[in-house]
Design a protein around this ligand. Structure first.
Ligand SMILES: NC(=O)c1ccc[n+]([C@@H]2O[C@H](COP(=O)([O-])OP(=O)(O)OC[C@H]3O[C@@H](n4cnc5c(N)ncnc54)[C@H](OP(=O)(O)O)[C@@H]3O)[C@@H](O)[C@H]2O)c1
Length: 258
């Protein structure tokens, strides 16, 4: 399938490692020009270098996406370099586990900022450009635990991921007339070197074997590249009739019917 992404311009947040990095590579492999961001300068620089090595044009922006001007900065630097923005991928995110009774206002505020508000702020900043172009694809990385209950200790994570899926649906409705599609991708448990599941597999291999047996019918953790493939497809015009949806990439891990 020719995705027609050659020469398109994509912003990927949180692309120095893990799923965001795989998404940047997926888009680069299809010929996209990229803007990538993260807070850690060294990891971001080496991620940019690896992408350039395969021939991609890359603008790297070291910032915290929860900063109020992050969207403006990412948009301006992308326009300065390439003059257009076709794809925005909001990937950076995190978790703060804890029984609800033990969570603090600060815990909620921090993760709402990271998992919800930063995505809304940064994607809103690209809208004037996409509206002017009459086209664009926005994709948020959420979680299967935004589509269904994740269990004890996940009240903050679950709530922020659900809220982002909800907001993206309304964005899709409102922006359809401008030719802008908005979707999200909900990964299940994704293992990559140095990631949280990888660390747990190394420290507790038997426990993780049992976890997979109990939770993932396809019998293994997902790969970051498998999430990236879904994002790359949604980025392209081959997904032109897909908007307002949330696609799980989870090896049948989630139980939700919708
Ligand atoms: N891994 C999984 O199994 C899994 C499952 C479901 C959903 N997800 C979701 O998928 C997304 C990526 O997960 P991951 O496991 O790949 O995460 P990760 O390994 O922690 O990587 C996160 C990336 O985002 C950057 N980042 C984090 N906070 C940032 C901030 N405030 N400003 C700018 N950049 C920031 C990190 O770089 P710096 O730290 O240097 O900033 C890094 O590049 C998240 O939204 C996560 O919730 C992951």
């Amino acid at each position: 399938m020719n995705l027609g992404l050659q020469g398109k311009v994509a912003i990927v947040t949180g692309a120095s490692r893990g799923i965001g990095n795989a998404i940047a590579h997926g888009l680069a492999d299809e010929g996209c020009k990229l803007t990538i961001c993260a807070r850690g300068e060294e990891a971001l620089a080496s991620a940019a270098a690896a992408l350039r090595e395969k021939g991609a044009e890359v603008v790297e922006v070291c910032l915290d996406i929860t900063d109020a001007d992050a969207g403006e900065v990412l948009t301006q630097k992308t326009l300065d370099a390439y003059g257009s923005i076709d794809v925005f991928v909001g990937n950076a995110g995190g978790n703060r586990r804890g029984q609800f009774a033990d969570t603090s206002d600060q815990d909620w505020q921090d993760i709402i900022e990271l998992n919800l508000k930063s995505h809304l702020n940064t994607s809103r900043a690209v809208l004037p450009t996409m509206k002017q172009q009459g086209s664009g694809s926005i994709i948020f990385i959420t979680s299967i635990f935004g589509r269904e209950a994740g269990g004890p200790g996940l009240s903050i994570y679950n709530s922020t991921k659900s809220a982002l899926i909800s907001a993206s649906k309304i964005m899709a409705v409102e922006l359809a007339a401008d030719g802008i599609r908005v979707n999200s991708v909900a990964p299940g448990s994704i293992r990559f070197p140095g990631g949280s599941w990888d660390k747990r597999c190394i420290s507790d291999p038997e426990g993780m074997k049992a976890f997979i047996g109990d939770n993932i019918p396809l019998g293994r953790f997902g790969k970051a590249e498998e999430v990236a493939d879904a994002v790359t497809y949604l980025s392209s015009d081959r997904a032109s009739w897909i908007s307002g949806t949330c696609i799980p990439v989870d090896g049948v891990q989630s139980k939700s019917l919708i």
